[in-house]
Write a new protein. Structure first.
Lengths: 246, 324
């Protein structure tokens, strides 16, 4: 039994068949590169995994339990986190506020009817999670908008970590970053793997995929056209699969 | 180095999360200048006058701060002030209901209209600017209609005390204003309600993605703004001993001015109650000081306009704006 099992996942939009029987498995603590041209079905597939879309056919299971028909909230509670390209950060709020956005710890001194945000606890726990991730953030109190793209990415990853995920899906996390920042984000992905968290990395940047992924899965026109261990394939082969020349 | 070991403590947090220092500096400089120019300025009775004159606008500005922090706007608050004061006066004067009913009537009138604003903004997806601009006209018209365009004079003494009383020498409206400010400070800076307000204004999509109930929060914000307009209407009514349908005209602009001078980001995501109180006081001190110096009232309006523009410009210059 793998962490994530996809079997014959099919999704149609009107007359377009976006996914045509996609099957693969993701082992716990492995990093999978999901590559493919625009419109190959990567995003649709990941939306099926996170519950945003419901597959028309096929099944998806997490640790052997079917999640095919669950809603996004339930799937998230089971340990699947998705980090979107826009990161969903509030740029004028500080790092701690973003990490605990929507789940701020509160306390009720003097039996107040409304809980006050437990700022010290929030900052402590946010700092702990950043430390655990090994991310480089100047301060927990900086507005996120003043951080570099890579630092913002690590805040988003840190926030996802607080949900204790088993699987983290990242959509183009390195697309808009400077070279040094890319390395840092790739280090963070390796750190997640070290902590036993599986990662599905959606990326157009094959160099990144080859540098960090254990396995590479290529989609083309809604089908898996390659599923290879990184060490057994090469950039040329993967490109050929992506463009359909393989 | 662990991030948790950085300088902390309530004083640090207070300083970090509350005021742009510039506005506080401006207020202090302004007060220093006024006290040099007029010996009367720094007297206790005059400072209480400043606070009294600031109280009504200040209460409105606190409501505006919440709404603007969420990237909204409420242009109806001046009209709602007049409307709620008339509703309160009709209840106790025309209908002869007991005086506490006047308080309740003011507050309900403001809150209900604010609720309606919020429901139209979130439910019908009409821009807040349009909804509240419409409400500005509707509430003003309703106020004039309810009293045939004539102010309703003569309220029960207990009610008038709320505007003219001076427990321990401090005018009641000042006590109400400072009380509202204290509660609002905690709500905005230290509760989830406040945090959600800022986050919605900062990045609505992120708020939604993290499970913040965006729509209901917006409705609550406009209801709060309307409620505080009701409080301001109550204060105005009690102070003037009348329900005046023309009360509060252009007050929305003064309230927004105070909030912006106090550092609230017009586009949402940032703002503080202490900042807004400072902003309201800058406007109050300016008006009071220029009055003491017998400067023509026309110049006061110009001075406030200059301060508003300068405040936003300073903010623009000082803040590192990351490219979007």
């Amino acid at each position: 039994m793998s962490l994530l099992d996809l079997t014959g996942v099919t999704k149609r939009f009107a007359t377009v068949e976006a996914l045509r029987g996609v099957s693969f498995a993701v082992e716990a603590g492995s990093v999978i590169g999901l590559v493919g041209d625009n419109g190959a079905g990567k995003s649709t597939l990941m939306k099926c995994v996170t519950g945003v879309h419901r597959p028309d056919d096929g099944s998806i299971s997490l640790n052997g339990q079917s999640i095919t028909d669950l809603d996004p909230g339930a799937i998230r509670r089971l340990g699947v986190e998705m980090i979107y390209q826009d990161l969903a950060l509030a740029r004028q709020q500080d790092v701690a506020a973003n990490i605990f956005l929507g789940r701020e710890p509160t306390r009720r001194p003097f039996g107040l009817p409304v809980g006050l945000i437990d700022q010290p606890r929030m900052e402590r726990e946010a700092a702990a999670i950043i430390d655990r991730l090994g991310a480089r953030i100047p301060s927990i109190r900086v507005p996120v908008g003043q951080l570099s793209g890579g630092q913002q990415q690590s805040v988003a990853i840190a926030r996802a970590l607080t949900f204790a995920p088993k699987l983290m899906i990242m959509d183009e996390p390195t697309a808009a970053l400077a070279v040094r920042e890319v390395d840092h984000v790739l280090d963070l992905i390796r750190e997640l793997r070290r902590q036993g968290i599986a990662v599905i990395l959606i990326s157009h940047r094959l160099t990144d995929v080859f540098s960090v992924c254990d396995r590479i899965i290529a989609l083309r026109q809604g089908q898996v056209v390659a599923d290879e261990l990184t060490v057994r394939t090469s950039m040329n082969v993967v490109v050929a699969h992506i463009v359909g020349a393989g | 180095m662990s991030l948790a070991t950085q300088s902390s403590g309530w004083l640090g947090r207070l300083g970090r999360s509350t005021v742009r220092t510039e506005s506080l500096v401006v207020l202090v400089l302004l007060m220093a200048a006024m006290s040099v120019l007029s010996p009367y300025f720094l007297s206790v009775s005059n400072l209480l006058n400043v606070l009294l004159a600031t109280a009504t606008i200040g209460v409105l500005a606190i409501g505006s701060t919440f709404v603007i922090c969420s990237a909204g706007i409420d242009l109806s608050i001046g009209s709602l002030l007049g409307f709620s004061s008339v509703v309160g006066a009709v209840a106790v004067h025309n209908w002869g209901l007991p005086w506490p009913t006047g308080i309740v009537a003011c507050l309900i009138a403001g809150t209900a209209a604010g609720c309606l604003n919020g429901l139209l903004v979130t439910g019908a997806k009409i821009p807040a600017f349009i909804v509240t601009l419409g409400m500005l006209g509707i509430a003003r018209g309703a106020a004039l209609l309810a009293c045939d365009g004539q102010p309703i004079y003569g309220l029960p003494a207990d009610l008038v005390y709320l505007g003219q009383g001076r427990p321990l020498g401090v005018p009641t409206p000042v006590i109400v204003f400072l009380g509202v400010a204290a509660i609002a400070y905690y709500v905005l800076a230290h509760t989830r309600f406040g945090r959600y307000t800022l986050v919605i204004g900062d990045n609505e999509g992120a708020a939604r993605a993290m499970g913040v109930p965006v729509e209901s929060q917006r409705v609550r914000l406009y209801a709060l703004s309307g409620f505080l307009a009701g409080v301001a209407g109550l204060l105005f009514m009690a102070r003037t001993n009348a329900g005046d349908p023309t009360a509060g005209q252009n007050y929305e602009l003064a309230a927004i001015t105070a909030a912006i001078i106090g550092g609230t980001n017009l586009f949402g995501g940032r703002g503080s109650i202490i900042g807004t109180v400072v902003g309201a006081l800058i406007v109050g001190v300016l008006q009071n000081g220029l009055n003491l110096l017998a400067v023509q009232a026309f110049y006061q309006q110009m001075a406030i306009g200059v301060v508003l523009i300068a405040a936003v410009w300073l903010d623009h210059v000082n803040r590192l704006r990351p490219a979007r």
